[in-house]
Design a protein around this ligand. Structure first.
Ligand SMILES: NC(=O)C1=CN([C@@H]2O[C@H](COP(=O)(O)OP(=O)(O)OC[C@H]3O[C@@H](n4cnc5c(N)ncnc54)[C@H](O)[C@@H]3O)[C@@H](O)[C@H]2O)C=CC1
Ligand SMILES: CC(=O)C(=O)O
Ligand SMILES: [Mg+2]
Length: 366
């Protein structure tokens, strides 16, 4: 198969869809890999290294899309890329369709085969291609939150770990999945007091078993959320309804109950966000303030640490890329149920029901 790896063009997205190690495997198995010039530079992989393992370097993004039967990338296509996608081309990447009607319609119209990393799902319900980036984002959420709690950038002026004689800061985490647990681990390591909430009791039991005693679990209810937002300095959104729109757990009205300078980090922004006042931001301009509450809502957090994230991502995507290349998407998806769960839009039809539900379109594209 002819496989294309374009350069990411989303703001400050420095990851790349395939490392030289991945190209090496594909070329060894008889495939042709086109890599756009400088696509890997942000992650430390230069053209020459790709060429050494057999990649063909193409100068422009247009050439990559035109030459390839499958595109392997990182982030959802942005508007400039919509017209580049070819009918029947496999596009294997994060899509997060439920958060963008424009992207969804563009991919329906492209007649491509859109396989979304974030909905590939193992039998136990875990998401193997989302997990490593959620690990990165969960850990980063505390780094970023701690920074924006500083007074010069309009935070409350709290040092999360406190100091001897002064109580530490308080972190509230919504969702005890991958993002939530990684965030809890980092916050606990700094010495902050952590409250973590979920509706899944199995997750709360797990957290309770593995975390130190200054991480407390609480069932996620409106009442409990309203109570805790009044006293917590940093609030992390890490909830997910697979493939669908995130539930709005913090409404605009609740901001007035928080103390000025409270920081919200809505990691769930890529699925629309779990806070009513969330709107996606970029690494270039990551925060905004509403009612004295600092909002950080960057939809590609791992893009800022590409040396870590590209390796973590491609470690898990490569086995699936190999299956798609060796068997074609239909056979690969028939034989691998986890991969089949990644099919979101196929030849103009939505095949993942949560997307249809997100837009109230009825069944016109199903
Ligand atoms: N902004 C960014 O750069 C990144 C964003 N993400 C996003 O972070 C979100 C979380 O991802 P993961 O942790 O991997 O998902 P996950 O599936 O591991 O965890 C989500 C948790 O939310 C819980 N949940 C659902 N409804 C809830 C409610 N009403 N109250 C409290 N908890 C509730 C679920 O029970 C589950 O435990 C996803 O939207 C993901 O796409 C992930 C990586 C990077
Ligand atoms: C999962 C996701 O949105 C990201 O890694 O950017
Ligand atoms: Mg700003």
């Amino acid at each position: 198969m002819k496989i294309g790896v374009p350069k990411e063009i989303k703001n400050n997205e420095n990851r790349v869809g395939m490392t030289p190690a991945g190209v090496f495997e594909l070329v060894n198995q008889g495939h042709t890999v086109y890599v756009q010039s400088t696509a890997g530079e942000g992650s430390g992989f230069f053209n020459a290294v790709y060429q050494e393992v057999g990649a063909i370097i193409l100068e422009t993004i247009e050439e990559v899309y035109q030459s390839s039967e499958m595109i392997v990338k990182v982030k959802e296509p942005i508007q400039e890329e919509y017209a580049l996608i070819q009918p029947n081309q496999i596009v294997f990447t994060y899509f997060h369709f439920a958060s963008s009607e424009a992207l969804t319609l563009a991919m329906i119209n492209s007649n491509a085969i859109c396989i979304a990393y974030e909905t590939v799902e193992d039998e136990d319900g875990t998401l193997p291609l989302l997990t490593p980036m959620s690990e990165v984002a969960g850990r980063m959420a505390i780094q970023q939150g701690a920074k924006y709690l500083e007074k010069p950038i309009k935070g409350r002026g709290i040092l999360l770990g406190g100091v001897p004689g002064v109580t530490p800061g308080k972190v509230l985490i919504l969702g005890a999945g991958v993002v939530g647990v990684q965030a809890a681990k980092m916050a606990a390591g700094l010495g902050a007091h952590v409250t973590i909430m979920d509706v899944n009791m199995k997750r709360l039991r797990y957290v309770n078993d593995i975390m130190p005693s200054h991480v407390v679990t609480e069932y996620s209810s409106v009442y409990n959320i309203k109570k805790h937002i009044q006293t917590h300095d940093l609030i992390i959104g890490g909830v997910l309804l697979k493939g669908g729109k995130a539930p709005k757990l913090i409404t605009r009205d609740m901001l007035k109950d928080m103390r000025p300078g409270t920081v919200l980090v809505d990691v769930a922004v890529d699925q629309g966000g779990c806070m009513e006042t969330t709107k996606a931001t970029t690494h270039e301009d990551p925060t905004y303030i509403i009612d004295d509450i600092v909002h950080y809502c960057v939809a590609n957090m791992p893009g800022a640490v590409p040396y870590t994230s590209t390796l973590a991502l491609t470690n898990v995507t490569l086995p699936y890329v190999l299956k798609l290349a060796n068997k074609g998407w239909e056979k690969a998806c028939i034989e691998d149920k986890s991969l089949a769960m990644g099919l979101n839009i196929v030849s103009g039809k939505i095949v993942y029901s949560e997307i249809t539900e997100a837009f109230e379109w009825g069944l016109q594209y199903a």
